[in-house]
Design a protein around this ligand. Sequence first.
Ligand code: PLP
Length: 475
Amino acid sequence: MMESDAPGLSLGDQREAALSRTTHHVLHAWKEFDTARERESQPSEALRRALTMPLPRQGSDVLEVIDEAVEVLDSSLAQSRPRYFAFIGSSGLEAGALADLLAHSYDTNLAVDAGAATALEWQAVGWLASFIGFPAQTGTFTSGGTISNITALASAREAAIPGARERGLGGVRPTLYCSDEAHYSITRAAEVLGIGSANVRAIAIDEQRRMRPDELRAQLRADIAEGCTPVAIVATTGTTLTGAVDPIAELADVAQEFGVWLHVDGAYGAPAAAVASQADAFAGLDRVDSVTVDCHKWMFVPKACSAVLVRDASALAKVFAHDEAYMPHAGGHYNAVDITLEYSRPLRALKLWMLFATHGADAVRDAIEGNCEQAQLLYDWVRSRPRFETLGSRPQLSIVPFRIVIDGCADPDRHNDELCTAIQRDGRVYVSPATIDGHVWLRPCFTNFRTTPDDVAMLLDVAEELGSTCASLHG
Ligand SMILES: Cc1ncc(COP(=O)(O)O)c(C=O)c1O
């Protein structure tokens, strides 16, 4: 590589060339993402070697560095690609990527009042709330669903046990309630908030894998009789495993009856509350105390961008605000640091703001609706093919677990696990496995606006091609 003659840490006279080279690569990537590629590209030997080089004392030509960075990215799994169906992906929305470039170039700090950027952050919170139908326009952006859940549950803890932030939990026995299939970030929140993972009550689920309100009520009664202090009920909409949407309205009745904070972990599914076909499943969202929405999941923007919306911003301030001499409080407003765990904060809100400003809410709704339709399509296709099986009930959102079952196969779980590995190695589609009721399933999730019905069909074709005989995988 050539040595750079850029002055200090500025790109100097290479600025335009660097920007135009980056633009060239980004344009190429965006065009490529429009359609799936036939194989994941693997890192070359030269690239592998380069990635073991020690710290460089001298810099290199920025154009070569950009090319190398792009080679790394292009040889990595990209969730933006239309046939990435694993976990719960994000999709690198173009307007969102541009927002990140702008936000990071200005490097605004959203800790205390940053001027117009702070107003934009509040506006984006309001837009998100009205998109999903949450009545209060208050909340804050965080780095992800895990942190949003911790943020909401910290407020719930302070509401249930006032003064806990100062005095600790003392002799109080706090408890937390969620479905048996809640995301493990709820357990992590219980751990870091001093509630204790042993005090998380995993409530039984019904045949559609939703939390059972009657079981919740019984558990609350038993715990209160034992002298426990319930901190919060966490409804999941939808679950990471199958996309089940807990019955919010019925859980809100229970929360009201016992005077307990109701949090909705909608990290994955909450955006579906905005679409016509799903609205009924989200009835009661207007009655909850807080809700987590990961914009880097089903709002399509690049990571990391989550939001926690709260009915009353003062509940966040009660647990997070400090009055340090170096933190000005302009005009009596909360600073972001008063209502979040973080101090230095990037302008994550810009990507959501640019999503809505560029495309409008209707286009976002259509994309989410499209993913829901793909899930229904896959469910029907799977049921029409004799070798495949699905869960008994239709997908509630956009996750469709399915598995291949071959006559005479001694170990279907091993077969499906190895099928997943084979599919990932093959590279035409990307899907991850999940264990449901002790059995291994392929668990595709559709959260990408680039995915088409043809991409969905390809998933099933590849699974059938690679997994239709035991011999094809493990003899
Ligand atoms: C329901 C649910 N909650 C929380 C999370 C954690 O979100 P993050 O990865 O943004 O921390 C996930 C992640 O998949 C999730 O599915």
